[in-house]
Design a protein around this ligand. Structure first.
Ligand SMILES: [Zn+2]
Length: 263
């Protein structure tokens, strides 16, 4: 297996080239990353006062969807914690919100007991208060997994095939014009692929349909362009590394269970 960089992580997005691999491996990593890598999210809200225009349930739902920075080294999943899920400082964080002024209530109004667990996007709007309205609550955030609820998903992960473009005949302008990603150049009667643009090909085959027999487009076997987009709780690199660790642990468990089978 080989991995090549396709640029550094930027604005919560990272891509890399996965070579000499299989679709089943790429998909296993993708599924584990989105469904099994734990992140922090608010799971319980106690309302002390809510005279805003929104029902408690709606405010709670909105709070749940606020991405919180996650420190996986300091916290454990409630189901795996020494408190057996009852709730303790090792598996939950308390956040409070107390707003009396008219105007928007932002994610940054949530005051966390742990400075390492706080809203990723301070300007996320939770509610709007009119004059005299009050929103006062206490929330509990815990680690959870994306397969339980999307609020515990660290982001989206996807991959696509690497295109292999072969120009078989001298060319037709129709191919260049048909490409929605504008990867071809048609100059002096010759069709060519623009420099550094081949990777943008989505294998839509519009060029093949536009003038049959000129261009051939296929997917390179065993190669994938892997992309991770983080919601901000963890970095893209942390998400993928954590997914690999979980995959590793699953395989260890599998091997152990196989060993335990009667011989
Ligand atoms: Zn605990």
């Amino acid at each position: 297996m080989k991995i090549e960089s396709l640029g550094k992580e930027k604005k919560g997005k990272m891509s890399f080239l996965l070579k000499d691999s299989t679709i089943s491996f790429a998909n296993a990593i993708r599924r584990i990353a989105t469904e099994e890598v734990p992140v922090m999210a608010i799971d319980d809200v106690t309302f002390l006062k809510n005279t805003s225009g929104l029902y408690d349930e709606i405010v709670a739902l909105r709070l749940g969807l606020v991405p919180l920075t996650t420190d996986l080294k300091s916290y454990s999943l409630p189901s795996e914690c020494s408190c057996k899920g009852e709730g303790c400082p090792k598996c939950q964080v308390k956040l409070t919100l107390n707003k009396k002024e008219a105007g928007y209530v932002y994610a940054s109004d949530l005051k966390s007991k742990d400075p390492d667990v706080k809203p990723v996007y301070p300007k996320m709007i939770i509610a709007k208060l009119l004059k005299g309205q009050v929103l006062e609550l206490e929330a509990t955030a815990t680690l959870g997994k994306g397969k339980q609820h999307a609020k515990w998903s660290p982001g989206i992960v996807y991959y696509r095939n690497v295109p292999e473009i072969t120009i078989k005949k001298k060319g037709a302008e129709a191919c260049a014009k048909a490409c929605p990603k504008r990867i071809f150049k048609f100059e002096k009667g010759t069709l060519s692929v623009e420099k550094d643009k081949a990777m943008s090909c989505t294998l839509c085959r519009a060029c093949v349909d536009a003038a049959p027999g000129i261009v051939e487009v296929s997917a390179k076997p065993g190669e994938f362009i892997f992309t991770v987009e983080s919601w901000g709780q963890l970095s893209c690199r942390e998400t993928i590394k954590e997914a690999s660790k979980i995959f590793d642990a699953k395989l260890d468990e599998f091997a152990k269970k196989i060993d335990e089978l009667p011989k």
